[in-house]
Each structure stands twice: as C-alpha cells, then as structure tokens.
Design a protein around this ligand. Sequence first.
Ligand code: HEM
Length: 192
Amino acid sequence: MYGLVNRALQQLVCARCGEEVWEEIRAHAGVREEVFMRMDSYPDDVTHRLVAAASDVLETPAADLLREFGRYWMKYTMVEGYGALLSDLGPTLHDALSALDSMHARVTLLYPALRPPMFRLTEVSTDGMSLHYHSERVGFAPMIIGLVEGLGERYGVSVDVRHVVAKGEGSDHDRFDIRVLGPAAAPQVATR
Ligand code: HEM
C-alpha cells in the first residue's frame, strides 16, 4: 500500500489520541518506519499490522477503526491536495460511486504502482443502491462503510451502509447495500 495510506492512519491516530499513543501502536506492530513517504509503496502487511496493533492498544474492534479511517480518508485526501479528483466525481452520490474506478485510474497517473479496488453498482433506485467492491486485498471492507458515509457527507446526504455479502462466503467480492436516508444534519457542498 502506498505510504499515503499509512500516513493518513498515523495522522488520524495522532489527531485523536496523540503521538505517544501512535508510538505505542507502532512499537506493538513492530513497524520501524517513523515516517511514511507518500509515494513509496509498503507491503500491505505493514498496514494490516498497524490496524491490528491500533485495535489492541485502543481496545477497539479493527472494523470500527477502519470505518473511522474511511471517513477520515475523505477529509485527508482533500487536505493533501486531491480535492479536484473528488470534485470531479459528479453532481450526485450515485454519480460519485459510479466514477470511483475512473477516479482511481487518474490516481494511477500519480501513483503508477497503484493496485486500486474496483466497484460496480446494481439495484439502483431512488432511495439506494448496492455497491460491489472487488479487491485483491482482504480485510479492508469495513473501510468502505466509512468511505461511503464520508462521501455522502460531501453530497449533503446521510446514508445507511450495510455490509451484506463478505468476500469468501461463496462470493468473490464484498457487497454493500446503501440506503439514502435524506439530507445530512450539516450538509456540505459537493464542490471543493
Ligand atoms: C482523491 C481521493 C482518493 C485518492 C487520492 C485515493 C488513493 C488511493 C491510494 C493511493 C490507495 C492505495 C492503493 C495502493 O497502494 O495500491 C487507495 C486504496 C483504496 N481506495 Fe482510494 N483514493 C481516493 C478515494 C477513494 C474513495 C472515494 C473510495 C471509495 C469510496 C476509495 C476506495 C479505496 C479502497 C477501498 C482502497 C484500499 C483497499 C483495497 O485495495 O481494496 N478511494 N486509494
């Protein structure tokens, strides 16, 4: 996984719990890197170990941390200068979810070794849709819930996201059912 992801994890923990807690997590994970370089690729195992260690140290299920991380990713990528990619996703949440593959394809221009997930929408209706998540990685599915919640926030809608099919349980990918509940409490603009 590119360092950008591990950096975001580090920043999230530091912002919420302080640097000392991050250092404890890093030591517990047996990760030597004090700093992750955005553009360097690290073994996925590093990210997995950091999430598992954070779960132990913070006594919080890994799935909850990944969901929180997904929400944070939407803010982090804005601050890190990728806002234009998010602003180009289209005028509605549905458009944005349909455009995730082309967005990651654009990210590949910046990060050539990217191994992005792939998404597909089905069961589209006025109040929801199903999102199919295909990835060569395992263990990151809970992140999708936070990502879609964070994306919904950008579009001013609150969403209920359910992980209804997990990869490996007779399926080669994960499926999430998304229900659009209505306007978010504090709508944010979809453009920048
Ligand atoms: C401008 C915004 C974004 C940028 C710059 C970005 C970039 C990246 C990068 C660098 C990775 C690491 C992949 C690798 O190292 O091979 C990644 C992974 C991932 N991205 Fe994005 N991304 C963005 C938005 C999104 C959004 C909106 C979603 C979904 C709603 C998403 C879903 C994922 C997932 C699930 C993974 C990791 C898990 C896997 O590989 O299955 N990303 N992205």
